[in-house]
Design a protein around this ligand. Structure first.
Ligand SMILES: *Cc1c(COP(=O)(O)O)cnc(C)c1O
Length: 402
C-alpha cells in the first residue's frame, strides 16, 4: 500500500492559506465588523415551531413573526398529502421541469392556482424570489421600461435589474408619481411593465391596483402584482386583486411559502404568457423542479382555502383587533408594522416583548428604508383573541409608552 491517508483536519488550516484566501477572509471579517458596529449584523436563530409557538434559546414564545398565516404548514391534511407524495414519487424532483422533473403533481397545482386567480393558466417556479427574477427578464429587456413601487420586495428589484431595462422607482403607492414617470419615459421604449407588491411585505398596506391597472391601459404597460402576502389572506383568500371588485392584473405572481404553508412561487396569467415562461424564463428552465411532497402540500392547502374562505378571513380579523386596540390605522392585511425608527431601539423593543413571552422580530435596514426600523407583527388564524389583547396592552405600555 503506497497510499497514506492524509489527516487534513489535524493540520492548522491557516498554514495552507494562500494570499488570495487570506484577503478573502479579511474582506469578510472587515465587512462583518462594520455591520456589527451599526447593529446590522444578522444571524439565523435556531427556531422550532409548533403551531403559533416558537421555541428559541430554550424559551417557548408566542410568535407574531411567521408568515404561515393560516397555520397550514402543520395542518394534518397538508402533512398527509406531503407524506403520501413522498411515498409515491420520492423526495426530490431529480431534474428541471423541462427535463424529467415535471412530476404528475404539478398539473393539479397549476390548475387550482389558475382557478383561484381566475386566469387561463398558471406556472409554478422554485420560489417567489425565483419567480420574479425569471418572469421580469422574460418580458422586458434593454429597450424597455419598468416602473416599480419603491417599497416593492427585493426580488422585484432584482428581476428588474437582471432584465437590463430602464428602471424607474415611484414613491410608495403614489399613482400620480407613477403616471409622471410613464409620461416622461414611456415614449421611445418598446415595452413597459409596472411592478408592485399587492400587499406590502413590511408595511401590510395594499397597492392601489385599480388605479395602476388604469394607468397600465393608458400607457400600454403590463401590470405585475406580487401577492406573496395576499393569497390565502385577503379578497376571500383569492388575493389583493380581488379586494375591491376584481382589478385587471394580467400578471399575478406570488408564493406558496406563506399562507399556503409550503414552498414555491407561481405566476397566474394567460395561456400565451405561461407558455412563454415555460420556454424562456431562465429560473424555470435552469433550476430543479420542486420536491413532490411540497407540490402535494401546496395543492392540499389551496383546497382548504377554496373550501373555507371564512377561515382565510381570520388573520385579517385578528390584525384588525390589534390595530383597533392600539388606535393604529386599520390593518389591511395580516401584517401590522409599528415603526420605531432607530435600529437599536427596534432591537430593544423586540427584547421587551420577549420578556413578556412574545416573539416579534425587529426588521432593520436594508430590508426597510434607513430610519424606519420596526416591529413587524404577523397575525395568523390561530392566535387566541385574549393573547392579542395582552400583546396590544404590552405594546401600548412598553413600546409606545402611552
Ligand atoms: C416572501 C416574498 C417573496 C419571496 O417568496 P419566496 O417564495 O419566499 O421566495 C416575494 N415577494 C414578496 C412580496 C414576499 O414577501
Amino acid at each position: 500500500m503506497l497510499r497514506v491517508p492524509l489527516c487534513l483536519s489535524a493540520v492548522p488550516r491557516s498554514r495552507f492559506l494562500g494570499k488570495a484566501m487570506r484577503s478573502l477572509d479579511e474582506f469578510a471579517r472587515e465587512k462583518l465588523g462594520v455591520l456589527e458596529r451599526a447593529k446590522l449584523r444578522r444571524t439565523p436563530s435556531v427556531t422550532t415551531r409548533a403551531g403559533i409557538w416558537a421555541e428559541r434559546d430554550g424559551r417557548r414564545l408566542l410568535s407574531f413573526s411567521c408568515n404561515d398565516y393560516l397555520n397550514f404548514s402543520q395542518h394534518p391534511e397538508v402533512i398527509a398529502a406531503a407524506v403520501e407524495a413522498a411515498g409515491l414519487y420520492g423526495v426530490g424532483a431529480g431534474a428541471s421541469r423541462l427535463v424529467t422533473g415535471n412530476h404528475p403533481l404539478y398539473a393539479e397545482l397549476e390548475r387550482r392556482l389558475a382557478r383561484l386567480k381566475g386566469t387561463e393558466a398558471a406556472c409554478v417556479f422554485g420560489s417567489g424570489y425565483l419567480a420574479n427574477t425569471g418572469i421580469i427578464p422574460a418580458l422586458v429587456g434593454p429597450d424597455d421600461l419598468i416602473v416599480v413601487d419603491e417599497l416593492s420586495h427585493a426580488c422585484i428589484h432584482a428581476g428588474a435589474k437582471l432584465s437590463g431595462a430602464v428602471v424607474k422607482l415611484y414613491r410608495h403607492a403614489d399613482t400620480a408619481d407613477a403616471e409622471a414617470l410613464l409620461t416622461a419615459h414611456r415614449s421611445g421604449k418598446q415595452r413597459a411593465l409596472i411592478a408592485t407588491d399587492g400587499v406590502f411585505s413590511m408595511d401590510g398596506d395594499l397597492a392601489p391596483l385599480t388605479a395602476l391597472s388604469e394607468l397600465a391601459q393608458r400607457f400600454d404597460a403590463w401590470l405585475l402584482s406580487d401577492d406573496a402576502h395576499g393569497i390565502g389572506v385577503v379578497g376571500g383568500g383569492r388575493g389583493s386583486s380581488f379586494v375591491n371588485g376584481a382589478a385587471e392584473v394580467p400578471l399575478q405572481m406570488g408564493t406558496l411559502s406563506k399562507a399556503v404553508g409550503a414552498y414555491g412561487g407561481y405566476l397566474c396569467a394567460s395561456r400565451a404568457v405561461i407558455d412563454l415562461m415555460q420556454t424562456r424564463a431562465r429560473t424555470f428552465i435552469y433550476s430543479t423542479g420542486l420536491p413532490p411532497p411540497v407540490v402535494a402540500a401546496a395543492t392540499a392547502a389551496l383546497g382548504l382555502i377554496e373550501r373555507d374562505p371564512d377561515y382565510a378571513a381570520e388573520p385579517l380579523r385578528k390584525a384588525r383587533a390589534f390595530t383597533r386596540a392600539l388606535n393604529l390605522a386599520e390593518a389591511q392585511s395580516a401584517i401590522v408594522p409599528v415603526i420605531v425608527g432607530d435600529t437599536e431601539a427596534a432591537l430593544a423593543a423586540s427584547e421587551l416583548l420577549r420578556d413578556e413571552n412574545f416573539l416579534v422580530v425587529a426588521i432593520r435596514p436594508p430590508t426597510v428604508p434607513e430610519g424606519t426600523a420596526r416591529l413587524r407583527f404577523a397575525f395568523t388564524a390561530q392566535h387566541p383573541d385574549a393573547e392579542i389583547d395582552r400583546l396590544a396592552d404590552v405594546v401600548r405600555r412598553r413600546v409606545l409608552r402611552r
